[in-house]
Design a protein around this ligand. Structure first.
Ligand code: 2X7
Ligand code: FE2
Length: 298
């Protein structure tokens, strides 16, 4: 590990499998007539932004790899399999091949333990990578030409409280930043989660019928806009103060810790985030949001 590494970009990168389905990439078997275009255009803008950056690795924190004891980290150099979404097998049957930056993964593991967190490397070569990791990585970097580091979502918010969850994820974010800096890597961080998360339970036919897509209810929309407004104005500390209420009132998927991990790794940005898109998927609120640390420069 050489030192001199940095986080070159952080993004809120929601993972509804619908967005991959709507794009019709060759890896995904089901075919669609499109759908959720505004969010997919947002990901196009994020891809354009990434194309202007040099980076070595994507680090992703995913709600759909839930671990009960501690924070687990992918620790096998290569994974290859088919991922079938457990709730939406009709939309997501995706063939993946990916490489893992195991040295960086181990460095994050060591820093997390040093910070007092329980952490474990995941060494099972037959492990099936969760769709929250795959979808966020595909949507940000569909060529899969960079290795990833995958972090699980420990359920501390659910087992203890929002406050305990936030404290742990903030430590994990700081540990991630320290490991990146010591590693010499130029890293892109993805917080793979939706904002408000109440959703419909009946799927339209076809699923991409956009005449049926809208926010679950107005209160969810108001909360999502409040959160995005704070991000756009660099008020991430205020956002952290309000987060426990947001999590409770919108059943937000940020209760996975992904957003807190990201903002903590970025050092609680006071510079404005760029919102590339906001849109709903089966009624949940989703935003593609970018933080470019270069914007913090005076
Ligand atoms: O995992 C998801 C999600 N977070 C939001 C919307 C739809 C499907 O899957
Ligand atoms: Fe999800």
């Amino acid at each position: 590990m050489s030192g001199g590494g940095s986080i070159v970009l952080g993004a809120l990168a929601p993972h509804p499998p619908h967005l991959v389905y709507g794009e019709n990439p060759p890896q995904n078997e089901p075919r669609s007539e499109g759908g959720w275009d505004v969010l997919r255009w947002g990901y196009e803008r994020l891809r354009q932004s990434l194309a202007t950056k040099e980076f070595d690795v994507l680090i992703v924190h995913s709600p759909h790899w839930r671990t009960h004891v501690g924070h687990h980290i992918l620790g096998v150099p290569h994974f290859e399999s088919r991922s079938v979404d457990p709730i939406f097998p009709n939309l997501f049957r995706y063939d993946y091949k990916l490489d893992v930056d195991v040295a960086l993964a181990e460095a994050i593991h060591d820093e997390a333990r040093h910070a007092g967190l329980t952490a474990k490397m995941m060494r099972n070569p037959h492990f099936r990578v969760d769709y929250g990791t795959l979808t966020a990585c595909h949507l940000a970097n569909p060529s899969w030409n960079k290795p990833i580091v995958g972090l699980s979502s420990n359920g501390a918010y659910f087992y203890f409280s929002n406050e305990v969850g936030n404290e742990q994820m903030a430590l994990l974010g700081e540990a991630t930043r320290r490991a990146v800096e010591k590693s010499g890597r130029r890293a892109v961080l993805l917080a793979s989660c939706s904002l408000s998360h109440r959703h419909f339970t009946v799927e339209p036919d076809p699923p991409e019928d956009m005449s049926k897509e809208h926010i679950y209810h107005h209160g969810q929309y108001l909360w999502d806009m409040r959160v995005l407004e704070l991000m756009r104005h660099g008020k991430t500390r205020e956002l952290m103060d309000e987060l426990p209420d947001f999590l409770d009132q919108t059943e937000s998927e940020a209760k996975s810790g992904a957003l807190t991990w990201l903002l903590s790794a970025l050092g609680m940005p006071t510079y404005p985030a760029q919102v590339h898109a906001y849109g709903t998927v089966i009624g949940t609120g989703n935003a593609v949001v970018e933080w470019d640390p270069k914007r913090s420069a005076p």
